[in-house]
Design a protein around this ligand. Structure first.
Ligand code: SF4
Ligand code: SF4
Length: 72
């Protein structure tokens, strides 16, 4: 299954992917800080991902990929 994967340690929490996602399944996780001190984005409902790649295009930090996932 092709799904978006967010590498949270590369994320700067800018929120551009949140706005870009047509399925509204990305949120900034305010309960967590990554090693750079940012609140990272996360996919809250991965089953709804249509692998459109809008989030990948939007991310200025190359923190998202759309790739084949095993457990989805
Ligand atoms: S690939 Fe598309 S649907 Fe999936 S999280 Fe990214 S923007 Fe949303
Ligand atoms: S666009 Fe990239 S850096 Fe910005 S919140 Fe999303 S994953 Fe993080």
């Amino acid at each position: 299954m092709l799904r978006s994967v967010i590498y949270q340690e590369k994320c700067k929490g800018c929120g551009l992917c949140v706005v870009a996602c047509p399925k509204h399944i990305i949120e900034i996780n305010k309960n967590k800080l990554n090693h750079m001190g940012y609140f990272p984005a996360e996919v809250i409902d991965p089953e709804k991902c249509i692998a459109c790649g809008m989030c990948v295009t939007a991310c200025p930090d190359s923190a998202i990929e759309v790739k084949e996932t095993e457990n989805a």
